[in-house]
Design a protein around this ligand. Structure first.
Ligand code: AHG
Ligand code: MN
Ligand code: MN
Length: 336
């Protein structure tokens, strides 16, 4: 792949990776997504100057406090995609149900499921945040219902994220490898800088919120304690730890240099009837597709994430993903 080409040029060259007949629609849709990411990147970069920091003073359907930027990000995506005729509907973390395309616009054949702003707790401290997106097909003439969004991760046509950090980067898979694009602010365009991103099979870096260790289940407790034992422990390697507080930030690091990311099921979740913290449709599935496409593994500990048949728009799942050897080790501990 040719470094230095724009996202538009890349999509033109790779339209053969897309499902037959979908070329124009998906390319246009990804261009709309990229436009929304550029608009958000500008807002994130201006921060307090743009008046986007702080809480919105309300909660989302999951009982989480919404930040101003969570809502702004959701609105930007809707505004830039609803009238293009490419989408049949949108669903996101910030909306209880899916958003139908208003009647005055024509409906397309794709569904966009997204986390408008990931890592919301980082906004006010100028830390890394991101947008995660997943595109699936809607092969019906009728307007979609919530149930039409409940497709397994294997049905994703493409998936990606935009990281808002020291540079903004859009990382994308069309189901044929993973490519990373850096935002050139001067051109207002994403430029291919990381062709063919790969997750190395071996790693000595883990990412988990260790403050919850007392609540972890036995396999995760065992694995992390073995990592911390270092060279003299059973794994025989000295480990390093990182936790960005934003899945986009952590997964981006893993796509750049390897690692294992975990947000496992824990005793508090079980007590409150939750199956995990991260959401399947707009966090675990798109990130799982990227990680698998880059040669890594994405698992819950019991099943591959992409194999799960969803039953709820905001379904949560345990997440263990990244470098193959370490994910296999943790999955092995679950099996025994
Ligand atoms: P969101 O901001 O979209 O709700 O997602 C936050 C997620 C994820 O990005 C991150 O890995 C995790 O929550 C952080 O959780 P803790 O604050 O429990 O570490
Ligand atoms: Mn998130
Ligand atoms: Mn979010």
């Amino acid at each position: 792949m040719q470094q230095g080409i724009t996202l538009d040029e890349f999509l033109e060259q790779h339209s053969s990776s897309l499902p037959a007949g979908s070329g124009e629609g998906i390319r246009g849709l990804l261009a709309d997504v990229a436009k929304a990411c550029i608009e958000l990147s500008e807002l994130v970069r201006r921060g307090e100057l743009a008046g986007v920091l702080g809480a919105a003073g309300q909660e989302n359907v999951q009982g989480e406090e919404q930040k101003k930027l969570d809502i702004i990000a959701n609105d930007v995506f809707i505004a830039l995609t609803e009238g293009t005729g490419r989408l049949a509907g949108l669903a996101s973390e910030e909306m209880d149900h899916h958003y139908p395309i208003p009647e005055q616009y024509s409906r397309g054949q794709y569904l966009l499921t997204f986390d408008p702003l990931d890592g919301s707790s980082n906004i006010d401290v100028n830390g890394a945040t991101g947008t995660i997106f997943s595109i699936t097909e809607h092969a019906k003439d009728a307007a979609p219902m919530d149930a039409d969004f409940l497709q397994s991760g294997r049905s994703q046509v493409c998936a990606g994220y935009c990281l808002y950090s020291s540079a903004s980067m859009l990382v994308l898979t069309l189901g044929n490898g993973v490519a990373g694009f850096t935002l050139d602010d001067k051109k207002a365009a994403f430029v291919l800088t990381h062709p063919n991103m790969q997750v190395p099979a071996a790693t000595n870096e883990f990412a988990i919120n260790a403050a919850y260790s007392e609540h972890w289940q036995a396999p995760v407790k065992q694995y992390i304690s073995e990592c911390v034992e270092g060279e003299s422990g059973p794994i025989g390697k000295a480990f390093n730890m990182r936790w960005a507080g934003s899945m986009v930030g952590d997964i981006h690091r893993i796509l750049c240099r390897g690692g294992i990311f975990m947000y496992p099921l824990d005793a508090r979740m079980i007590k409150s009837g939750k199956q995990g913290k991260l959401r399947l449709l707009y966090e675990a599935n798109p990130m799982g597709m990227l990680i698998e496409q880059a040669g890594g593994l994405a698992h819950t500990g019991l099943v591959p994430i992409l194999d799960i048949e969803p039953d709820n728009l905001h379904q949560r799942v345990p997440v263990i993903m990244g470098s193959k050897e370490e994910v296999e080790r943790v999955v092995g501990y679950h099996a025994s």
